[in-house]
Design a protein around this ligand. Structure first.
Ligand code: XUL
Ligand code: CO
Length: 440
């Protein structure tokens, strides 16, 4: 008995297909610049949203009763593994991601939790042998259990710091065991609510110490996955320490960690920080720190993390533009840290949601690729900054100018001629490229 019996392997049927269980734009074997979409986009399924979430929100209980929910405890964990691999195979995704508590229930002691993990990890490893699906990243959930009320590595309680370290240690071992390509640190409750009871300096120093210990332990056990920090500005704490890429980058530099980490950038976290998704991607990219992506989208009318499946083509296009300019994501991928809406409670909706997200990124990829090939944005930017390629501009960028020389130059100016930013024309061009995607 399968968990998704009425769904067969999802295939590419093209833009005219009316089959809801088919890709319209994501064609895994189609090559762009010598690489298949499957190889380049590196989609991942988030175990937590897809196999553990039930649709509950602060105002109502779960709406989603899954086929695996007839089980409890370890049997439930095992049924989820079965369901997960059936889902991965049918969807044809190359990767998945999980937190420790997503795959195995916590025991009453750390030892018991680790024993539960060992059983499920052995089962996952077995399934992975017969499957092409790989682990994009794993992580430790150091925020749900009440012991993390004041944070994990930034907790006011040293015992919690130790417990958190033990959980990350175990996940690093599991990442190595399963061949994980990255390891993620999302801040969880690393942040604070009020300075009135907070030693901000000690908390940040402790976070720095924690990350160094994680780097050291990964080296010690020969786990060479890329470490990733996932910034988020708020929620659950008021002031999350890894607010955005710029903040977390400065933190990594202050603590001498910048060479060991890159960023896992989540679209909805970017918009919560008051940035666009592409801003965060660009900021990471130009600093050589773009590692991976949590592909989702927020609701601009809501001030919290809604984790919707990505369907906004403008956003996927500009995101893929950054990814292409980055030369791809390396060991990273596009992980759907996204959940079906509470009202989308049928099990099949899990397929519809992933298909929607994969198609949206496939379109974004094609459009962005065309924008890059035609140098649409490059030539706009090149023109706009042309003043830095000769005369005083060239002197500035070549370090041959100082304030006296600049004053001399300024005194000799009669008129300063600026050129238009041409924003509307640029947006119209992007629309033109987007609407042509259908024929690409
Ligand atoms: C929370 C979030 C997490 C991380 C992994 O907002 O995005 O699910 O991606 O801990
Ligand atoms: Co995320």
């Amino acid at each position: 008995m399968g968990h998704f019996e009425n769904v067969n392997k999802i295939k590419y049927e093209g833009p005219d297909s009316t089959n809801p269980f088919a890709f319209k734009f994501y064609n895994p074997k189609e090559k762009i610049n010598g690489k298949t979409m499957e190889e380049y986009l590196r989609f991942g399924v988030a175990y937590w949203h897809t196999f553990t979430a039930d649709g509950s929100d602060p105002f109502g209980s779960g709406t989603m009763l899954r086929t695996w929910d007839k089980f409890k405890g370890m049997d439930l964990a095992k049924a989820r593994v079965e369901a997960a691999f059936e889902f991965f195979e049918k969807l044809g995704v190359p990767y998945f991601c999980f937190h420790d508590v997503d795959i195995a229930p916590e025991g009453s002691t750390l030892k018991e939790s680790n024993q539960n993990l060992d059983i499920i990890v052995a089962m996952i490893k077995d399934y992975m042998k017969d499957s092409k699906v790989k682990l994009l990243w794993n992580t430790a959930n150091n925020f749900t259990n009440p012991r993390f009320v004041h944070g994990a590595a930034s907790s006011s309680n040293a015992d919690v710091f130790a417990y958190s370290a033990a959980k990350v240690k175990k996940q690093l071992e599991i990442g190595k065991e399963l061949g994980g390509e990255n390891y993620v640190f999302w801040g969880g409750r690393e942040g604070y609510e009020t300075l009135l009871n907070t030693d901000l300096k000690l908390e940040q120093d402790n976070l720095g110490r924690f990350f160094h210990m994680a780097v050291d332990y990964a080296k010690e056990i020969g786990f060479d996955a890329q470490f990733l920090i996932e910034p988020k500005p708020k929620e659950p704490t008021t002031h999350q320490y890894d607010y955005d890429v710029a903040t977390a980058h400065a933190f990594l530099q202050s603590y001498g960690l910048q060479d060991y980490f890159k960023f896992n950038i989540e679209a909805n976290h970017a918009t919560l920080a008051g940035h666009t998704f592409e801003h965060e991607l660009r900021y990471a990219r130009v600093n050589g720190m773009l590692g991976s992506v949590d592909a989702n989208q927020g609701d601009p009318l809501l001030g919290w993390d809604t984790d919707e499946f990505p369907t906004d083509l403008y956003s996927t296009t500009l995101a893929m533009y950054e990814i292409i300019k980055n030369g791809g994501l390396g060991s990273g991928g596009l992980n759907f840290d996204a959940k079906v809406r509470r009202g989308s409670f049928e099990q099949d909706d899990l397929f519809h949601a992933h298909i929607a997200g994969m198609d949206a990124f496939a379109i974004g990829y094609k459009v962005a690729n065309q924008l890059v090939e035609d140098k649409v944005l490059d030539s706009i930017v090149e023109d706009r900054y042309s003043s830095y390629r000769s005369g005083i501009g060239k002197d500035i960028v070549e370090g041959k100018a100082d304030f006296k020389k600049l004053e001399d130059h300024a005194l000799g100016l009669t008129d300063i001629a600026n050129i238009s930013g041409r924003l509307e024309r640029i947006k119209a061009t992007i629309n033109q490229y987007l609407l042509r995607a259908y024929t690409m």
